[in-house]
Design a protein around this ligand. Structure first.
Ligand SMILES: [Fe+2]
Ligand SMILES: [Fe+2]
Length: 287
């Protein structure tokens, strides 16, 4: 752990955001049920991945809208790095989604539905509210990412090439976890817009995630296999469930003085960057 004590409410000075090119290849070696040989868990992650390319481009657009008005030069650099990282995530998850589609899953249908919802938000919501939705979803990705990086049970059963995709994405989500939030605080700053957006986003996100997972299970002939659902639901929401353990970190977001770096993940990130040899893939250390 760094000897520097992190100041509350800001990104620590010795953390960095690096844009990396990965170019993952998912071949026929990757089994149909690559997550612990479980259709349920594989489709939980398929449903998430299907939403990433269009979702992450929406995050970029909502933050880019404010780029020229940002007064803090460091934050401006971080915005460029954030845009670079999210663009790479969209590209790599597109490649993964093509792989899942090759197994016969309608990833494009989910993507089209999310794209329609995003179009609706862009037409009907103010830039402030769109940015607040991005901040809410960035909190989701940051806490899921931190849980993945600290819970071997979440990734040890994954096929290695897919594990690397999710772990790389988890590292970068943590590196840039405060960028949209800091832009929001500088440019908008309204607490109630922020937390109302989180409440609405929580409902939409969990509802859609459940619906997309059900759809994928149906397409895969798994809908009427109760044991598959019971085992999977226990893995996500049981006593040591992946999602259940996120609840305290999720609730932190509702504090007035919340900041994404209140959870100091610098040491964790250093460990994973070394483990995955990520610095060899750096194309730009931008902020
Ligand atoms: Fe991302
Ligand atoms: Fe992100």
């Amino acid at each position: 752990m760094s000897l520097l004590r992190k100041k509350k409410g800001v990104k620590p000075e010795n953390s960095s955001i690096t844009v990396r090119r990965m170019d993952f290849v998912f071949d026929e070696q990757v089994p149909r049920y690559w997550a612990d040989n479980s259709p349920f868990l594989t489709h939980t992650l398929n449903a998430l991945s299907a939403t990433f390319p269009v979702g992450e481009r929406f995050f970029v657009d909502t933050v880019r809208h404010y780029r020229d008005r940002i007064s803090n030069p460091q934050l401006k650099k971080e915005v460029s790095a954030f845009i670079g990282q999210e663009a790479m995530h969209a590209k790599e998850h597109e490649s993964y989604n093509d792989h899942a589609a090759a197994h016969g899953f309608d990833m494009a249908g989910i993507e089209a539905e999310i794209a329609g919802r995003i179009e609706f938000m862009k037409k009907n919501l103010s830039p402030e509210r769109q940015l607040a939705i991005t901040c809410a979803l960035e909190h989701f990705t940051a806490i899921m990412a931190e849980a993945m990086l600290t819970t071997p049970d979440m990734y040890e059963g994954f096929h290695p090439s897919i594990a690397k995709l999710w772990l790389w994405h988890a590292v970068e989500e943590n590196e840039h976890k405060a960028v949209a939030f800091d832009v929001y605080q500088e440019q908008v700053g309204d607490y109630w817009i922020r937390v109302r957006a989180m409440a609405l986003t929580t409902f939409m996100f969990t509802f859609n995630q459940a619906r997309f997972q059900t759809r994928l299970m149906y397409e895969d002939g798994q809908l009427l296999k109760p044991m598959e659902w019971i085992k999977g639901a226990n893995r996500l929401w049981g006593r040591k469930g992946w999602f259940r353990k996120l609840i305290p970190a999720y609730l932190e977001y509702y504090k007035r003085d919340f900041h994404p770096w209140d959870s100091d993940t610098r040491e964790l990130l250093e460990k994973w960057k070394a483990e995955l040899k990520l610095d060899e893939q750096a194309i730009k250390k931008a902020a």
